[in-house]
Structure formats: C-alpha cells, structure tokens
Design a protein around this ligand. Sequence first.
Ligand code: ATP
Length: 257
Amino acid sequence: MTMLSVDQKHFSQAVPAHAASTILAIAELSVSYGSVEAVRHLNMDVKAGETVVLLGANGAGKSSTLNAIVGLAPRTGGTIIFGGQDISRKSTEAIVRRGISLVPEGRRLFANMTVRENLRLGAAALGAAEFERERVHLEEMFPIIRSRAHEQAGLLSGGEQQQVAIARALLARPQLLLLDEPSLGLAPIMVNRIFDIIEELKQRQATILLVEQNADRALRVADRAYVLANGRLELSGSAADIRTSTLEDAYLGERRA
Ligand code: ATP
C-alpha cells in the first residue's frame, strides 16, 4: 500500500479510486458506553484513494465510529479490518503505527507548546532528518506551519489550529486519514480553506474518512457517503446521489410546509 504524503511522488503511486482495493472494512461494528448504544451493527468500507463522508445528526454515532477505528471508543461487537489485518483488538498506538491518523474533533493541540513542537510530537516515530523532510513538504500546503512555527498553538485562530492539526496528522504519512468535524465552529473563510485542503489531499490520492455536519460541502468533496441515524446506517451511496436526494427532500419538505 502506498503511504499518504504531501510529496506528489508518493501520491501519484496510489491506485485510482475506481480500481482501488478496500483499505478499511467495518463489519457489524457496535459501540456502547454502558447502556448507551452509540453504534449498532454498522457495515461500511473505504477504498484506497477514496474520500468517504460519514453524515448524521448530533449523537448519531459518527465520532464513536471514528474513535472505535483507532481503538479509542469501546467496541462491543464486530470487526475492523485495515489493510487486510484485523485491528479490532489492537492498541491505539499499534493502529496508528499501522497507518491510520485521526484528527479529533476540537483539534486537541497542546496550547502552551509552539506550532513546531506540536508537529514534532505528532511525528514521534520519525527521525530528525525525516521529520525535517516531511515538514518542508507540508509547508507548501500549509504555509502557516512555517509562518507561525514558533508561536504558541493556543494563540492561533480555530481555523489555523485545525490546519496545524491536519498537518500534524499527515506528518505520520498515514495510509488513511480520519477527520472529525474539521470545519466545526470555524469562520466561513476558514471553512473554505479546510475544504480546499481536503480537495487538495483528494487530488493527491489521499484516502480520507471524513465526519462533517456541513453535509452539503462534504458531499461536494466526497466520492461516497454513509448516513447514520441513532447509531444505525440509514443510507449509503455515491455522494452525488445522496446530495441530489437530500436537496430533493429539502425542496419537497419546503413545498409541503
Ligand atoms: P456529535 O456530532 O454530537 O459529536 P456524533 O454523531 O459524533 O455526534 P457520538 O459523539 O458518537 O455522535 O455519540 C453517539 C452517542 O453516544 C450519543 O448518545 C452520545 O451521547 C454517546 N456518547 C458519546 N461519547 C460518550 C461517552 N464517552 N460516554 C457516554 N456516552 C457517550
């Protein structure tokens, strides 16, 4: 499998989405917090080079699904296969080492550390020379990691922090990037910037599983979509088809009202 990197050479080796193999296969996944069943018997997959979006109302189970993939939410049933290997019972550290990076909701940077220090922590597995090489590649797509390198991360705006968080996740050169609500709470100009970044990653054949509340924008960038309701899969299909049916529903809803 090709590693995801902002280096075009790496991306261009990736297989086109239409011919691609399944990189992530989730079968009958259930996640429960005590008696709260957050995800119920979920089946979904992501192919190499695809951008897939997971949609649903607040509390539908989207974050729980992403967190379960990296072993951060209590999986109570089902299997998660990544790159042909069952990772359902692996530790988060082992899963990340195998090539999945999560940008969590709320970004979770170390506010008192500089942007550069945050990046270094995100790439703990890289040697100094490799870190420098990857960082320089990333500066092309994320100029902010150079211009604000020595500022405290907590002093950056939400949108700037989100860019640092995505850059940090990419430093590990993941084969699969998980993005949890990257545009949440950002100013409109920063929402545009974040979707531009996702578009650029997609052009470079990155494999992305995105959770978003901004369904319209997400469906425009994604190849396929899954819609969750109360922890269950409600709908899945091509992003274009789901966008059309969602727009029709909204239109018919307005006409009926
Ligand atoms: P949101 O957009 O609000 O984050 P979501 O679709 O990502 O929604 P989850 O955060 O996965 O949904 O939550 C699914 C359900 O699990 C909700 O009922 C939520 O209250 C519950 N839940 C999530 N995390 C926990 C937790 N750590 N402990 C207990 N219940 C939780």
